[in-house]
Design a protein around this ligand. Structure first.
Ligand code: FMN
Length: 144
């Protein structure tokens, strides 16, 4: 049974390439073994991550991630059973929201600044879908 879990969180320190690279390295090492795919969006001090896979592996990974000291204020934006993956092409794709066209952010939010804490989970998901179609995922790693 497949599920999709989406959350937002605030980084413990301003995000550097090294912090993000470490997280992506862990994700790409562990996720294929657990049958998990997804994307990690970063924007200054915020994360939004989508995890897709079996219910047990996704919930176990989420519980691990929540306890990670590199971020706090983890807020669940969505959890749903799905019939197919949306991000199956990525063991953990990355989207840098700082580089995204402000017009796209305005389409889904009340300001041109990305703020997942003040946006509905549905609008955040719609923004992510549009980013995927626009080819904004900057690192592609084949899944499993
Ligand atoms: C925002 C964020 C996203 C993360 N995403 C993943 C992930 O998708 N997969 C993963 O294995 N670890 C992820 N981690 C790291 C986990 O919290 C944990 O450190 C890691 O899974 C431990 O694995 P290891 O023992 O193989 O290093 C993430 C951490 C943060 C802060």
């Amino acid at each position: 049974m497949l599920v999709r879990l989406t959350y937002a969180s605030r980084a413990a320190a301003p995000l550097t390439q090294a912090i993000v690279a470490d997280i992506l390295e862990q994700s790409r090492r562990n996720n294929p073994l657990a049958g998990i795919s997804g994307i990690l969006c970063t924007s200054g001090v915020q994360f939004v991550q989508v995890l897709e896979g079996g219910r047990d592996p996704v919930c176990e990974l989420y519980n691990r991630i929540v306890r990670d000291p590199r971020h706090s204020m983890v807020r669940l934006l969505g959890f749903e059973e799905i019939t197919e993956r949306r991000f199956g092409g990525w063991s953990m794709g990355q989207v840098d929201l700082v580089r995204v066209n402000p017009a796209l952010l305005l389409k889904y939010g009340d300001t041109a600044e990305f703020n997942p804490f003040a946006t509905s989970g549905r609008a955040t998901m719609a923004l992510l879908d549009e980013l995927i179609s626009a080819g904004a995922v900057i690192t592609r790693v084949p899944q499993i």
